[in-house]
Design a protein around this ligand. Structure first.
Ligand code: ADP
Length: 228
């Protein structure tokens, strides 16, 4: 479970990126976070990743108070959270296979585990035939699949997707959404910030709308309800 309790965030004591946000996301939920530019979506994600600290209030992830996590424990905390971005962020000089294997090497998986798990995960995201390709040799959709595969190696309990379809055409975007939904159905909590109205409307999931740092609506199976 993720809980924001009276969370406010100000970068400079002038702009209030988030204002007194109260939000509970249960384990296994799928939540879209929407809102116009500057609404506070990225701030919410940065707080969850403990890249920044709230000015006020508390954040709990799986009952852990994030303010109590020591700097040296942060990498371990982040292992439980998979993150994908609009710009994929793959290692350009490593193949698809190596990008995924690298994520396992970081957590000191054995070679045997890597040899077993990487092909299985590449199969799951439909990338088996591209294992030996480099990021610049594959399409944007395939790069995003690689990024998703990379998050899966650590079995994250939470997947954060920050505008994951922003660089993709609508058909490819829908393919990526199928994979994200597949990950969700395995039990992962998904939090996806997006501007993609058609995707939000077609998925029929919970939609939390931010505006000027406040939650202005929170609807089960919501529809997109603002103009950017
Ligand atoms: P969104 O992701 O919805 O576009 P952000 O969380 O990026 O919104 O921004 C929320 C507010 O915080 C905006 O007013 C933005 O200008 C401000 N902001 C974001 N990052 C910083 C920063 N590093 N320093 C100062 N202000 C920031």
């Amino acid at each position: 479970m993720i809980q924001f309790k009276n969370v406010s965030m100000s970068y400079d004591n002038v702009t209030h990126a988030l204002r007194n946000v109260n939000l509970t996301i249960n384990s296994g939920e799928f939540v879209f976070v929407v809102g116009p530019s500057g609404a506070g979506k990225s701030t919410l994600i940065k707080l969850l990743l403990k890249e920044i600290e709230p000015t006020e209030g508390k954040l709990y992830v799986n009952n852990v108070d994030l303010s109590g996590i020591k700097p040296k424990e942060i990498p371990f905390y982040r292992r439980g959270i998979g993150v994908v971005f609009q710009d994929f962020r793959l290692l350009p000089d490593r193949t698809v296979y190596e990008n995924v294997a690298f994520a396992m090497e970081i957590v000191e998986a054995t070679r045997k585990e890597i040899r077993r798990q990487v092909p299985a995960i590449l199969g799951m995201v439909g990338l088996s035939s591209k294992a030996n390709s480099y990021p610049n040799q594959i399409s944007g959709g395939e790069q995003q699949r690689t990024a998703l595969a990379r998050t899966l190696v650590n079995n994250p309990s939470i997947l954060i997707a920050d505008e994951p379809t922003g660089n993709l055409d609508i058909r490819t975007a829908r393919e990526i959404m199928k994979i994200i939904n597949l990950i969700h159905r395995r039990g992962t909590t998904v939090i996806m910030a997006t501007h993609a109205r058609d995707i939000v409307d077609s998925m029929q999931k919970r939609v939390v709308t931010f505006d000027k740092g406040c939650i202005v609506s929170d609807e089960e199976k919501g529809e997109y309800s603002f103009e950017d």
